[in-house]
Design a protein. Structure first.
Length: 375
């Protein structure tokens, strides 16, 4: 890469770019490694530069990256890994995303919706285990908007020291606003891909990239801590698309970024595409930590699904959030976004002690707190 290119600095370059000592002693051997150091120092890359970074990366570049991204996570978050209790409250969905196992057109999915009492019971069980953030995730069903408002009010009343995250897809701005005013703190809505043509390959014509982006901007304007993100290795994804995703993250500056490998689901049109890889997912996690040092970055269930040590490897690459499943055991098997989705073992909230042991083994610990974004 041309070192003489004039570089724009990230807006937070001054306040947040206190790099840990390991950066000063790093000796870059490749262009990719040089680029990673520039990124950590606050450089803003063009699409072409992002593409080159992704295209030229080699295993040695990941080995160079992970100690840096891990040190940066430690510098901002210490040994803390934040846990979020994930309550998959319904798989009833009007959306028809071509990759997703709970899409409307999948008639083999057994549909369910948890009652208000079931959801409050999940929160109570989670609270006793040490969760101070609950994530209500579910399909899109506009008919349930107002019952969700009442539920948000009740959860915040019963658990005032907890943060509440919603992840329920695209809604009108007025609905997002009502949920926020009722007390919801955060919202997760992955942008899925920053490239409009690629978005159109993954969604039916009535679901547009423009609407997805408008939703994300509304959420931020309203005042939510916002999470966006994308699948790694989604069908048709190229390095240029990923470059657009990284450029979008740099510009949008979300509080959270959820990424995980695409995994095919047998009852969807994209069933025969290969899953995204561990290698690329980890490289992107590390890169995102350098790009947005204070971002909340989950090691996702999908990452744990493609590799038995996926989540620990994700943490070691720079992730700092894990979202164990708090849903009632009998519905977990029905929230199948993709084949073989994990919902037992360390993925299950009841097995927090196993998770704690695995985190301790890599120098981390579970933090019992809301775990708000520092951004
Ligand atoms: N309806 C909500 C939440 C459920 S889907 C929403 O749209 O936000 C949550 C996320 O799961 C999606 O954003 C998508 O990125 C991911 N997902 C869906 N199907 C997947 C698959 N086959 N492989 C990997 N991730 C998938």
């Amino acid at each position: 890469m041309n070192a003489s290119i004039h570089r724009t600095q990230n807006p937070d370059a001054n306040e947040n770019r206190q790099l840990p000592p390991v950066f000063a002693s790093a000796h870059p051997q490749t262009e990719v490694q040089q680029q990673l150091l520039q990124l950590a120092a606050g450089a803003v890359f063009s699409r072409a530069e992002w593409t080159a970074l992704l295209r030229q990366r080699q295993p040695a570049d990941s080995e160079f990256l992970f100690p840096l991204s891990e040190a940066l996570r430690q510098a901002h978050y210490g040994i803390n890994v934040y846990i979020r209790g994930l309550i998959e409250f319904t798989n009833d969905c009007k959306g028809d995303c071509l990759y997703c196992g709970i899409r409307r057109s999948n008639h083999s999915a057994k549909r369910y919706r948890l009652t208000k009492q079931q959801i409050l019971d999940c929160c109570l069980a989670g609270y006793k285990l040490g969760f101070r953030t609950f994530v209500l995730q579910g399909g899109e069903n506009p008919a349930a908007d107002e019952s969700l408002t009442r539920l948000v009010l009740q959860i915040k009343q019963r658990f005032p020291d907890c943060a509440l995250t919603l992840s329920a897809g695209e809604r009108p701005e007025a609905v997002y606003r009502r949920w926020f005013e009722a007390g919801a703190d955060r919202y997760l809505l992955r942008h899925e891909t920053a490239d409009p043509d690629h978005y159109a390959m993954l969604h039916p014509p009535q679901q547009t990239w423009q609407r997805r982006m408008a939703c994300l901007h509304s959420l931020k304007d309203i005042g939510y801590q916002v999470g966006c993100g994308f699948m790694v290795g989604s069908p048709g994804q190229t390095d240029e698309h990923l470059a657009a995703d990284l450029a979008f993250l740099q510009e949008f500056r979300p509080h959270m970024v959820g990424i995980g490998p695409f995994i095919p689901h047998k009852d969807t049109p994209l069933r025969s595409y290969p899953a995204g890889t561990l290698e690329l997912t980890l490289f992107l996690l590390g890169t995102i930590r350098l790009l947005l040092p204070q971002v909340l970055l989950p090691a996702t269930t999908a990452l744990g699904t493609i590799h038995p040590q996926g989540r620990e490897l994700g943490i070691r690459a720079g992730a700092n959030v894990i979202m164990p499943n708090l849903s009632p055991a009998d519905v977990r098997g029905n929230y199948m976004l993709y084949d073989n989705k994990l919902h037992t073992g360390c993925e299950a909230a009841e097995h927090l002690n196993d998770l704690r042991r695995r985190l301790n083994a890599i120098g981390c610990d579970i933090a019992v707190c809301r775990g708000d974004s520092l951004m």
